[in-house]
Design a binder for this molecule. Structure first.
Ligand SMILES: [Zn+2]
Length: 248
């Protein structure tokens, strides 16, 4: 292997980190080029570590990494967007943590989707400046599902494929909307009127004509149910012992 192949550059967003040994950290990043990865930041827990100080939670960085035997090692970091100071406000932090956690749970390691990197980056940037950060959760979550290929169509029954009319029901365990024929009523289903389904489609649409940021209450509930289903476990629980969605 040549020296060039052993090192590479990547743009990353810090998803979280955990301690390694006495002074190191394992940092989990979503990178634009390589997808989700864990990398070692040597000496990052020492008070004056330059690398540690630049790997703030939710921040966007440009890195140089060296390929390691198991984990790659971060050898240089430049900050591109520091958001931590703006995110240390309870509502913003709650929304940012949710976004980071959803990306971590739903994105597979080493499967790059640059659009998800851009979505997370833009969402964190907006949350850091917003007085009403909760408004971004529904759109972020549905766009994430869309980019992962899991957003159900808003206009057809996901079982029989018929066009939906009047009320339809979101059944998260079926991964989509059902019409009256296919519906099996149960407590968790969420009724969506035509206006809610239009809103669902608009909230899930790429930025541009016809896209909406604000989710109606039923739409937001449907999106939450879907994402909880795909995350397949209760949210807000640490992914691994010793792993924190907290300050690096
Ligand atoms: Zn049907």
């Amino acid at each position: 292997m040549s020296g060039e192949e052993r090192s590479y550059r990547a743009s990353g967003i810090v998803l979280g980190s955990r301690a390694l040994g006495e002074a190191d950290r394992i940092v989990r990043l979503l990178t634009r080029e390589c997808g989700k990865l864990d990398a070692v930041a040597k000496g990052a827990r020492r008070p004056k570590s330059r690398i540690g100080g630049r790997l703030e939670l939710a921040g966007r960085v440009e890195m140089m990494l060296h390929r390691g035997r198991s984990l790659d090692v971060i050898v240089a970091v430049e900050e591109r967007s520091r958001r931590w100071a703006a995110l240390v406000e309870p509502e913003r932090l709650a929304v940012a943590s949710l976004a980071l956690e959803r990306v971590d749970v739903l994105c597979e390691p080493a499967e790059p989707v640059p659009e998800i990197f851009d979505l997370l980056d833009a969402t964190l940037e907006a949350v850091a400046k917003s007085a009403r950060p909760h408004r971004f959760i529904a759109r972020f979550s549905l766009r994430l599902l869309d980019l992962l290929g899991s957003m159900p169509p808003a206009e057809r029954c996901c079982i029989c494929g018929d066009m939906l009319e009047e009320v339809a029901w979101l059944d998260a365990s079926e991964g989509g909307l059902l019409d009256a024929k296919c519906r099996r009523p149960h407590r968790e289903e969420i009724a969506l009127a035509p206006i809610d389904r239009e809103n669902f489609a608009a909230v899930g649409r790429e930025r541009g004509v016809g896209a909406a940021v604000e989710a109606r209450p039923q739409t937001a509930a449907a999106i939450e149910a879907l994402i909880a289903h795909y995350c397949a476990r209760p949210l807000r629980v640490s992914a691994e012992p010793g792993y924190a969605y907290g300050p690096v």
